[in-house]
Design a protein around this ligand. Structure first.
Ligand SMILES: [Mn+2]
Length: 339
């Protein structure tokens, strides 16, 4: 069963129209993840093998996370960019901000952009060059690519099945939020001969020394507040802010902001548990980012439970602003936990 057959039909039709003889660059969101890498890998095979693209490339804006790098190594998939790009396909990009360093170049290139995603999008009317193929009925872009492959009768080989499996596995938080339809697709992918123990073994432990130190420093420097039932952590570290905010959730925080200060610019990773977002109605990519940008000049965006922003200001002041705002919104006084 296809979750959204009209979307897949429209996507198939469009790819058939624009890809033949074209050189296509697939773009991930910044840092990349299993879903963006997995879907891009299979999509690049489909574009060349089924839709007649003359060449394909893949770029992860900013630098790939160690997890994304490990998955690419497993698939034998590398970043590359054709000399000339006739078409961009952005996968798993929840907001244009997530194109990071590549955003301006891509948007001003005049090259058409197709955006495939499974998150809700605010229509960005300023960018008429973008055509959206978006449906939040899908649990991952990898699943959209699965449906596309099925529609066109494309046989997934073992590494392509592995790629889509990894995308679905990690985008459903290791299947914990997978529904029956995803489970059916996972079974079909696994039946190609994937051994989860082999595939996942190398992926669960990858961490570079510098990332490890950043995470440990962010934990040792964090300031913790309790607001009602919620525990919120704020910290600062020079690199790996995203990995560090994930680590702070692992430590037990419901909400974690980890920033790095570069002169008067702050780069902040915002992350919360699904529970926090559900009960407070405060999504990271929309509400929290807006709260910060209502006062500090900059840009940002992301998904429900994870977002990133870059703005002008001191981290200390930004955090105080967020804490005041959250206290008002939640109607509880913040209590700072002893350091
Ligand atoms: Mn995804």
């Amino acid at each position: 069963m296809m979750r959204d057959s009209s979307l897949i039909e429209r996507l198939d039709g469009r790819l058939a129209e624009v890809c033949s003889g074209s050189s296509v660059t697939i773009l991930s969101h910044w840092g990349g993840d299993a879903d963006s890498v997995g879907s891009a890998y299979v999509l690049s095979k489909l574009l060349r093998g089924r839709y007649g693209a003359s060449s394909t490339g893949f770029r992860i804006p900013d630098s790939p996370t160690s997890h994304a790098r490990a998955i690419m190594a497993k698939l034998g998939f590398e970043e590359s960019e054709p000399e000339k790009t006739d078409l961009y396909i952005a996968v798993d990009v929840g907001s244009l901000e997530q194109l990071g360093e590549m955003r301006d170049k891509v948007l001003s290139s005049g090259v058409p952009i197709l955006l495939m995603d499974h998150h809700l999008h605010h229509d960005d009317s300023s960018s008429s060059v973008i055509e959206y193929f978006v449906s939040d009925r899908y649990q991952a872009v990898s699943e959209m690519v699965f449906d596309l492959a099925e529609r066109v009768g494309w046989r997934l080989d073992l590494s392509q099945s592995t790629a889509l499996f990894l995308g679905l596995y990690y985008d459903t938080a290791r299947l914990s939020v997978a529904d029956g339809e995803t489970a059916r697709k996972i079974c079909q992918l696994l039946s190609c001969g994937i051994v989860p123990n082999d595939v996942l073994a190398g992926l669960e432990t990858v961490m570079e020394e510098s990332e490890r130190i950043a995470r440990i420093l962010s934990a040792s420097r964090m300031k913790v507040y309790r607001m009602g039932d919620w525990v919120m952590a704020f910290s600062e570290v020079g690199a790996y802010q995203s990995s560090s905010s994930r680590a702070l959730l692992g430590v037990g925080a419901h909400l974690a902001l980890v920033g790095g200060q570069e002169g008067d610019i702050a780069n902040i990773s915002l992350r919360a548990t699904g529970e926090f977002v559900t009960y407070t109605g405060l999504g990271m990519g929309d509400s929290l980012v807006k709260i910060v940008l209502s006062r500090f000049e900059g840009s940002g965006g992301g998904h429900r439970t994870v977002a990133r922003l870059r703005c002008r200001g001191r981290l200390e002041e930004i955090y105080q602003h967020v804490i005041r705002h959250l206290s008002l919104r939640l109607g509880v006084q913040p209590v700072k936990l002893a350091e």
